[in-house]
Design a protein around this ligand. Structure first.
Ligand SMILES: CC(C)(COP(=O)(O)OP(=O)(O)OC[C@H]1O[C@@H](n2cnc3c(N)ncnc32)[C@H](O)[C@@H]1OP(=O)(O)O)[C@@H](O)C(=O)NCCC(=O)NCCS
Length: 171
């Protein structure tokens, strides 16, 4: 580990972001990115442009984590629609070699604070695959409460596994 920094994405971050996304996609861990449906550079660029717009419109906050110039993680909260505009869905991931060292806790708390401050959200929601033991322990540690379970919600390595739903009212 060199020098870890947190900041929102800039338009010039695309190449670093793409390398990070492809690394975590290849790992085939418990996130939506999967080597079964590889990201194309074009699709990822479009997704990135859309995210930058959402940030400008106050509908999303994203924290990118860098180790020197290398992007090693991210956490984002996206505003939900219409009658649920006060809710935001959060997602988080770090590259494998940066996990279980306390960085996830700092990144998650920082990004939730940004969501409260900038987007004025009052509740965060998220979903997690039922076999992702580390993330389940992580969310509980961060004070999230489970409110549901949908069997067979995610295809993972050829099997269908449940999704667990969590929420937290933000202070
Ligand atoms: C989930 C994730 C963001 C957590 O970040 P992290 O930096 O690994 O977690 P931290 O080191 O800050 O630990 C915070 C808590 O998480 C849990 N945790 C972290 N690593 C753990 C491990 N190896 N085994 C069990 N629990 C663990 C513990 O409850 C820990 O609290 P403690 O340190 O007081 O025991 C990270 O592991 C990750 O990126 N995983 C892969 C992607 C992913 O699964 N994202 C979530 C998709 S729903």
């Amino acid at each position: 580990m060199k020098k870890i920094t947190f900041r929102p994405p800039r338009p010039t971050d695309f190449e670093a972001l793409y390398r990070y996304a492809k690394t975590i996609e290849a790992e085939d861990t418990f996130i939506t990115l999967s080597p079964d449906e590889p990201l194309t550079k074009k699709a990822e660029r479009e997704h990135f442009q859309t995210d930058l717009k959402k940030i400008k419109q106050n509908n999303k906050v994203i924290t990118c984590v860098f180790d020197g110039k290398k992007m090693i993680g991210s956490c984002g909260v996206e505003r939900q629609g219409r009658r649920s505009r006060h809710l935001g869905e959060i997602g988080i991931a770090l590259l494998k070699e940066y996990r279980s060292e306390g960085l996830g806790k700092k990144l998650f708390s920082y990004t939730l604070k940004q969501a409260r401050k900038k987007l004025k959200l009052t509740t965060a929601i998220l979903q997690c695959m039922a076999e992702n033991k580390v993330a389940l322990a992580f969310y509980k540690k961060m004070g999230f409460k489970q409110y549901g379970r949908l069997p067979k919600a995610n295809r993972y390595k050829g099997r269908l596994i449940a999704a667990i739903y969590f929420y937290q009212h933000l202070k």
